[in-house]
Design a protein around this ligand. Structure first.
Ligand SMILES: [Zn+2]
Length: 346
């Protein structure tokens, strides 16, 4: 299934069908549904009786396998940490999972990178012919997760594309891709949906403040939905209200109310807020909290620039030790006392 705001992209892409590029790079902001779009595209390419507009039929053997995650001509390559997102293709990359699957290592955090073993695993896939006599499709998500070694290995494959294999690369950060990879792909920018379309969709999902959350999410509807469903939403709103109070921020209430939250989560809110105070000051336009533009303007006007810079550095340092078992309440008190300190004495 694709989202309502993607039908135009879908229609235009079908014009490539006669000369389908061996590598397509779908890129655009995070949270606009690029992965779902790419998965649907893959199913459409593999479907054995697609509709005239490239829509997969949903009923043929290929579609059935695809939805069960075991189409033999499909591979989804994601970082270990995102394996769950492969949904339909969860089983696809079992070869590389095995290498990481030693029972004794289960305690380490799952990798956020696409590793070279995963790309090497693709070589075998590309080396054997199609099982169903049609295309073979490789999905890489997110392409910016390819580490250097993996990117270089992929580059070799893209330079000598195996016949009948289509690569779908999906990225929210093309600036982090090797230029040589980008140049081997047909680029396909996917735009952020119109606010009214995105708001309507959010409302249909039962979101109560579509416009506000959409702004916080930079116009990306899926990111806005994630914010709406965030179990910590009330505490996030509380924190933003405290930050908006500038010099009147109640550091002890912050410590009291936020103490059960993971330190990295609160640090993330704080960092985005500080970013926006700075952005308001330098560019006159916040990035994350346009809905709080008035408060940000107030904060930007009364903050001492040197103190703000020092404090931002201190918060960055705190991020480096954020996973250490510190007393969260004390950490938060100290952080928010420090925050008050960036405002000139009133
Ligand atoms: Zn089908």
């Amino acid at each position: 299934m694709i989202y309502s705001w993607q039908t135009d992209d879908w229609q235009r892409l079908q014009q490539l069908r006669a000369h389908w590029p061996h590598a397509l790079l779908l890129h655009g902001e995070a949270g606009i549904g690029k992965l779902q779009f790419a998965q649907h595209l893959a199913q459409g390419l593999l479907c054995e009786t697609p509709a005239a507009n490239g829509e997969p039929c949903g009923a043929c053997a290929a579609c059935l396998w695809f939805s069960q995650g075991n189409h033999p001509d499909y591979r989804a390559v994601l970082p270990e940490a995102l394996a769950g997102l492969a949904a339909a293709g969860a089983d696809a990359d079992s070869s590389s999972e095995k290498a990481d699957g030693d029972e004794g290592k289960k305690t380490r955090a799952p990798s956020k990178e696409i590793k070279i073993e995963q790309v090497r695993g693709l070589l075998d896939f590309c080396g054997v012919g199609s099982h169903r006599g049609g295309m073979r499709v490789v999905l890489l998500y997110p392409a910016e997760a390819l580490n250097v070694a993996a990117a270089n290995a992929l580059l070799k494959t893209l330079e000598e594309p195996p016949a009948g294999v289509v690569f779908l690369l999906v990225s929210a950060r093309v600036d982090r891709l090797l230029p040589t990879i980008i140049s081997r792909c047909r680029q396909w920018p996917m735009s952020v949906p119109q606010p009214k379309d995105a708001s309507a969709w959010l409302a249909s999902q039962g979101v109560d403040d579509p416009a506000g959350l959409l702004a916080q999410a930079g116009g990306a509807p899926l990111a806005a939905l994630a914010l709406a469903n965030d179990e910590n939403r009330a505490l996030r709103d509380f924190t933003l209200a405290q930050l908006a109070a500038g010099p009147n921020c109640d550091a002890f209430a912050c410590g009291e109310n936020l103490q059960k939250l993971p330190v990295p989560l609160v640090l993330g809110w704080l960092q985005r807020w500080l970013y926006d105070v700075l952005a308001q000051r330098t560019a006159g336009r916040p990035r994350y909290f346009p809905g709080a533009a008035k408060a940000l303007t107030r904060c930007a006007q009364s903050a001492d620039p040197a103190a703000l810079a020092r404090y931002m550095k201190a918060v960055t340092r705190q991020r480096a030790v954020e996973n250490h078992p510190l007393n969260a309440r004390l950490v938060f008190e100290e952080l928010f006392i420090g925050y008050r300190g960036i405002y000139c004495a009133a």
